[in-house]
Design a protein around this ligand. Structure first.
Ligand code: ADP
Length: 423
């Protein structure tokens, strides 16, 4: 079964065509600058890189262009569009309605639309991608996989902010958490590695990329996570500040006469590693300047590491112990020094880093703790596309093959949110 995984950003389409049985990526690519004169496309198809530049007016044209390449006589990997059996969409915000992936129908689309105000930059392009794919593949089942879904198991005490309760009721202001597909994927992979069922494990997953978040996972369920109402809260990120006293933002708005949009830009785009170092949002760049002795770069790294460490302590307390600490994404998978600094001094939690294993370069999942470390430390490369494909396969199998076809959405939503599907 070939599954097309689509991740639509503000003017981009990232995709992978995955053959599930062979666990093989047949083609993948990125189409950027949709709506501009020179949209750029980079595809890796049948082991070769194909670059294109032409005008792509909208998401539907973008998908058509991708499909044409997949079907291309010379370079293509499928002979007919019917070889695509399902489409899996990354959807950022599913609010409180979806605690796992669902088959997309009109009702589901309406619900995703209702969360646009909570994810104005993400849900509209996600919806545009869904619309385009439905029109291009009208008979193919389409599945939405939500970034927020995995964190819907957070207990109230972890997701509620201590604001007047009426605003939770009125606007649904609460912690949602993001990167859920990644946290779930790495936790499941870790359990396989540890040769133990997830149900017996207390895990902390650190997704450290441009966006960073950390999650406490007890018996396979997310019980707390650092990102909140939006992906701004929690760890220090490339350009996002993470935790900050809300009063500091109010103070700045008053003193600097910032509008809401300016304040939003400052917190999301000018802070984090970039804000403190004044150099870059890219950790590799910041590290270069640390080596040159730049004090602000050094400080940026110290704050970055300290925040992660603080969360590991907090989440170990919340979990009541720790079986595995996992590093993933660009920084987590590659930055030896960051892993080293984060783990230093965590021996009291049973976390013992093996320096040699930590320094060994590898792209594979691996242990980096000492043999005797009570809590295991692992590096697990994340793969959100694989998880989306797997979810798409699971949902399609349960509904289209296993039961009486695609049912009406109300029933469907109720059924999809049933504990049975969480198994
Ligand atoms: P995104 O959240 O955009 O997917 P990534 O997971 O690619 O981000 O992570 C980007 C971050 O990882 C950057 O800060 C970058 O400096 C850091 N990084 C460190 N080493 C590497 C590497 N070898 N390859 C890619 N990113 C790396």
């Amino acid at each position: 079964m070939n599954i097309l995984v689509i991740n639509c950003g503000s003017s981009s389409i990232k995709y992978q065509l995955i053959n599930r049985e062979k666990r093989k990526v047949l083609a993948k690519g990125l189409l950027e600058k949709i709506g501009e004169i020179n949209s750029s496309q980079v595809h890796r198809i049948g082991g070769k890189v194909v670059k294109k530049q032409d005008e792509v007016a909208n998401y539907e044209e973008g998908l058509k262009s991708i499909l044409a390449l997949l079907l291309d006589e010379k370079r293509g990997v499928i002979k007919d569009a019917s070889e695509i059996s399902a489409v899996g969409h990354r959807v950022v915000h599913g609010g409180e309605d979806f605690f796992h992936s669902v088959l997309i129908d009109d009702e589901v689309i309406k619900t995703i639309k209702s969360y646009i105000s909570l994810a104005p930059l993400h849900n509209p392009p996600n919806l545009a991608g869904i619309k385009a794919a439905r029109s291009l593949f009208p008979d193919v089942p389409q599945v939405a996989v939500f970034d927020t879904a995995f964190h819907q198991t957070l207990p109230e005490k972890a997701f509620l902010y201590a604001l007047p309760y009426q605003y939770y009721e009125k606007y649904k202001i609460r912690r949602y958490g993001f990167h859920g597909t990644s946290h779930r994927y790495i936790a499941e992979r870790a359990a396989k590695f540890l040769k133990k069922p997830l149900k017996e494990l207390k895990i902390i997953t650190c997704h450290l990329g441009n966006g960073c978040s950390i999650t406490a996972i007890d018996k396979g369920k997310s019980i707390d996570t650092s990102m909140g109402f939006t992906p701004l809260e929690g760890l220090v990120m490339g350009t996002r500040c993470g935790d900050v006293d809300a009063a500091a933002a109010l103070f700045l708005m008053e003193k600097e006469n910032f509008t809401t949009a300016q304040m939003d830009n400052l917190l999301n785009k000018q802070s984090g590693l970039l804000g403190i170092s004044g150099i870059s949002n890219d950790l590799r760049e910041v590290q270069k300047w640390v080596v040159k002795g730049d004090q602000r770069a050094k400080l940026a790294l110290e704050v970055f590491v300290y925040r992660i460490k603080k969360y590991i302590g907090a989440y170990s307390a919340v979990l009541g112990g720790l079986d595995a600490l996992i590093f993933s994404a660009g920084i987590g998978e590659n930055e030896v020094n960051i892993r080293d600094k984060v783990c230093q001094g965590l021996e009291f939690l049973g976390v013992y880093l093996d320096e040699k294993k930590n320094r060994a370069r590898s792209k594979a999942s691996r242990f980096i703790s000492t043999e005797k470390s009570p809590a295991k430390i692992l590096v697990i490369p994340t793969n959100e596309e694989e998880m989306i494909a797997e979810e798409t396969w699971r949902i399609v199998n349960k509904t289209v093959n296993g039961e009486s076809g695609i049912v009406n959405s109300k029933k469907q939503t109720a059924r999809y949110n049933s504990p049975e599907l969480l198994k």
